[in-house]
Design a protein around this ligand. Structure first.
Ligand code: FES
Ligand SMILES: [Fe+2]
Length: 377
């Protein structure tokens, strides 16, 4: 059930995967307005827990202040040191690693060693730069812009589904990897099932027939649904899900919220993947993985959860590595390609994504150049 019946134009040119100018336009128009999923609540559960990230050329720190999550630029207003170089930890105070300035949950200064040497105090230039932080289910998101849509408004097309990251599903692993390719190479690969026989011959084996592949295409997102084959693995999963007290739908869903947030799910897991550009030709792909825990507390349900967690995480990491093996070759081809490219109907979500990228990164339309009329000169 594809929406289109004829092949589609490859809207993006190799330039869009290699140029610094286009990369800058994407950062500005696609990524800075977006909300970014970075963590799960359990990683920041205790007061004083913190995580740091380098996100879109910007160092971030997210910290639990007595139960409230706050995010700041990880740069000190004193003399520009990173507040910390650690990736995670727990500290009693948010304190800069260089001279020990302390900061409160609003980003203002607390204790300053030998504070009198800074008289008169310049309050306006001594605060941390804050970022918006909010949660959906157990997922923690941040946003660089002071104003703009709330997380709930931003996630509107997927809000109900992504609430389930948490609840019956428990965070089981987070992993990420740098890839030597433009971020769109990764995202476009996730948007089509056409590569399955070549790239996943042992894990997924084959793509589903068209009558078992539902696509939804909108400006904000695209989705894909299929019902996996009723084979031994499928029946086993359904049995485990039932034993854990949860409903069996036997549906696989894949939703991409433009520009970069991807949620995929079976009854046994929920996965949130997000690709972040780190340059025109490099990106970081981050995966936050949840497995079904269910609400039953008996020993069988606990044992099934432990088994599911091990197997599902292993398979997810294997698929991640299989896809990862192709990105470099795509980028190297892109660097020298003389072709226009073409998109098949099975890949129509790629077309929709490319249209979104073009529509949202074009600057103001240029006025046509009019030659002055000879008589007016
Ligand atoms: S640079 Fe942070 S306290 Fe000096
Ligand atoms: Fe894949």
């Amino acid at each position: 059930m594809f929406t289109n019946q004829h092949h589609l134009k490859h809207l993006l040119r190799p330039y869009h995967y290699t140029s610094d100018e286009h990369y800058r336009a994407e950062l500005r128009h696609l990524f800075h307005p977006a909300w970014h999923p970075l963590a799960v609540k359990s990683q920041l559960a205790r007061p004083g827990d913190f995580l740091t990230f380098d996100l879109l050329e910007t160092p971030i720190i997210i910290r639990n202040f007595d139960g409230e999550l706050r995010a700041f630029l990880n740069v000190c207003p004193h003399r520009h040191s990173r507040l910390t170089d650690r990736l995670c930890g727990n500290t009693e105070k948010l304190r800069c690693q260089y001279h020990g300035w302390e900061f409160n949950k609003d980003g203002g200064t607390g204790k300053i060693p030998d504070a009198k040497v800074f008289r008169p105090w310049d309050r306006d230039n001594s605060c941390l730069k804050p970022f918006r932080v909010d949660t959906c289910g157990d997922l923690v998101f941040i946003n660089f812009n002071e104003i703009g849509p709330s997380l709930r408004e931003w996630l509107a097309p997927v809000w109900d589904q992504w609430q389930s990251y948490g609840g019956a599903y428990r965070h089981s692993a987070t992993w990420e990897k740098e890839f030597p390719c433009n971020w769109k190479v990764v995202l476009e690969n996730s948007l089509e099932s056409y590569h399955i026989p070549e790239v996943h011959p042992h894990t997924f084996k084959d793509f589903p027939p068209e009558d078992n592949a539902w696509h939804e295409l909108t400006d904000r997102m695209t989705s894909f649904k299929t019902v996996p084959p009723n084979d031994y693995a499928g029946r086993m999963q359904a049995w485990m899900v039932r034993r854990m007290g949860e409903p069996v739908t036997n549906e696989y869903w894949h939703r991409v919220l433009h520009p970069h947030a991807t949620g995929s799910s079976l009854d046994s897991f929920r996965m949130l993947q997000c690709v972040f550009p780190t340059g025109p030709r490099s990106c970081r792909y981050r995966c936050i993985f949840f497995t079904l825990r269910g609400h039953r507390k008996n020993p069988l349900a606990w044992g099934l959860y432990r088994t599911l967690k091990t197997i599902a995480t292993l398979i997810a990491k294997k698929v991640f590595a299989e896809d990862g093996s192709i990105y470099g070759g795509v980028q190297r081809g892109m660097e020298t390609s003389p072709h226009a490219g073409v998109i098949g109907t099975r890949e129509e979500r790629v077309y929709q994504f490319q249209k979104y990228v073009l529509d949202n990164t074009r600057g103001p339309r240029e006025l046509p150049q009019v030659e002055p009329h000879a008589a007016e000169v």
